[in-house]
Design a protein. Structure first.
Lengths: 137, 379
């Protein structure tokens, strides 16, 4: 029997650009052309002012650790506990859920507000996930 | 909505709570409904309005043989029943129906006749949360806790004391699942579930149900039980994605629903004799005390740790033992409402003496939704 698989995102027409971005090694966000609001998750209009004129851009990939849990049980398929489920606040403002790599999954190592930078983890031929690691320097 | 125009005239839980291996989820709805109808001294044919969550109104109405002229299938998680009470009160006032039955049931432990919860891979949660290892409420609901603790200086010991105090209340309740006393050390030594929360800071997983019957306050006088009036109501929704909450320092849905209910009831916090705050996990009462305006968030941890919500203290909170110790079938809001009604009727196992105002505050999903009901036994 095959190993249980990590939940795999299935893009929709509104989110395809985001997943195309991660595959190309870019974290893409959207900015409203009318009011400059930057938002996530993707949608083809501004959730602040309702304008349909929005642009997609490559984010800096920098952020900080806003909050997290270290999940022990039950573990999601494809994960070996304990593992951290983090929420990262991006330099551009929006927050996103992710995982923290290259860092012990302990309360001592995972300090709130620590600086992070994006990395990309290939799940399969079409999906690459954005994850974060402690920022260098 | 005007205060005290609608009253609860029937209230009951399922005959058994806990592990109920001989009933499907649908039958648990019926068991609770029949108990509530008997409590109100009514016949099924008297019911002309119906509300439920997760199961559809048509499913439960067909099973029970109810022919409603008003139905509400609002399903926003465990506080759906607070929203049903609010909607039912408005419907009765508007003349859409006269006697509303609200049912909840969940075969949360035995999983008989219960559809598994699933997150579609092309939903926003399926794309932007599920791939990072969230797996059920214990991995998601505590995600804001560390930020909340850091912002307000809440300690692990204070967070543990929530479970300790609620166990004191549960010890007074014969129907509570967990009644043995526990200490802060017991909580902090219990098995880690999702750091920073441990087993004793997570709700139980049980089977059960409950039902309420509402009618106009004028008609309520003719019923066998002491009427419990709907004094104020509030509701809101925020987001199905915990990661996308406006802030982890409070819940926007709480801060909308709670003050709405207080304003509608025309009460101040000092008027509250009895308080229920849906406690799926130990941090929820802290969010609730702050977001409902009882005190600044900074003070919530110390307030509970110092014993201000325990039996005999000034603000009796979660007097059935809560989701942590009484029962939690998955959508606990109905049991919080049942305890508020018992307290207002004066028949709760851990009765608060002379209580006249009870506030019942619910959460749906992981801070996704909220509903608040203010009850009174005085008109």
């Amino acid at each position: 029997m095959a190993e249980p698989q990590r939940a795999r995102p299935k893009p929709t027409p509104e989110t395809q650009h985001f997943w195309d971005g991660t595959k190309a090694g870019e974290l893409r966000l959207q900015r409203c052309d009318a009011c400059a609001h930057v938002y996530f998750p993707p949608r083809p209009f501004c959730p602040s002012c309702a304008s349909r004129k929005v642009s997609t851009f490559k984010a800096s990939g920098r952020g900080f650790l806003y909050s997290y849990v270290i999940n022990h049980r039950p573990a999601a398929p494809g994960f070996t506990p304990p593992y951290a489920i983090a929420v990262v606040e991006l330099a551009e403002g929006p927050r996103m859920m992710s995982n923290i790599i290259d860092c012990p999954q302990t309360p001592e190592a995972l300090e709130l507000d620590m600086k992070l930078e994006v990395a990309f983890q290939e799940l399969d031929d079409t999906i690459t996930l954005p994850v974060f690691r402690p920022a260098k320097g | 909505m005007r205060s005290n125009q609608v009253a609860v005239v029937g209230a009951a839980e399922t005959t058994e709570l806990g592990i109920i291996a001989n009933m499907s989820q649908l039958q648990l709805h019926a068991d609770a409904a029949l108990n509530a109808i008997a409590d109100a001294g009514l016949k099924l044919s008297d019911i002309d309005g119906f509300a439920t969550a997760v199961e559809t109104p048509q499913q439960v109405c067909h099973y029970l043989g109810i022919k409603p002229t008003w139905a509400d299938g609002t399903s926003v998680g465990g506080c759906s029943f607070m929203l049903h009470v609010r909607h039912a009160a408005a419907a009765i006032e508007a003349g859409l129906c006269k006697t509303v039955l609200i049912t909840h049931a969940e075969s949360g432990k035995s999983m008989i006749g219960k559809a598994p919860r699933s997150i579609p891979a092309d939903s926003l949660q399926g794309q932007f949360e599920a791939p990072f290892g969230v797996y059920g409420p214990p991995s998601m609901f505590p995600i804001p806790v560390l930020r909340f603790m850091k912002t307000y200086g809440i300690t692990h010991e204070q967070l543990a004391s929530v479970a300790v105090v609620q166990r004191e209340w549960a010890a007074k309740n014969p129907r509570a699942m967990m009644k043995d006393p526990i200490t802060v050390a017991d909580v902090l030594n219990s098995r880690m579930i999702a750091y920073p929360l441990r087993l004793l800071q997570c709700c139980l997983v049980t089977d059960g149900g409950g039902a309420l019957i509402l009618t106009s306050a004028d008609r309520a006088r003719d019923f066998p039980r002491k009427p419990v009036y709907i004094m104020g109501t509030g509701e809101s929704v925020e987001t199905p994605m915990v990661s996308q909450m406006e802030t982890f320092n409070s819940s926007r849905a709480f801060k909308t629903a709670g003050p709405l209910a207080f304003k509608e009831a025309g009460i101040a916090h000092k008027d509250v004799d009895h308080l229920m705050i849906y406690d799926a996990f130990a941090h929820l009462p802290l969010f609730g005390l702050g977001d409902l305006g009882f005190m600044p968030h900074e003070e919530t941890g110390r307030f509970i740790a110092d014993g201000n919500t325990r039996p005999g203290a000034k603000l009796p909170l979660n007097t059935n033992g809560g989701g942590l110790s009484y029962m939690h079938s998955g959508m606990y809001g109905m049991y919080a409402l049942q305890e508020s009604v018992r307290q207002m009727r004066g028949i709760a196992p851990a009765q608060v003496p002379n209580a006249t105002i009870s506030v019942c505050h619910g959460v749906g999903g992981m801070f996704a939704a909220s509903g608040t009901i203010v009850f009174t036994n005085e008109r």
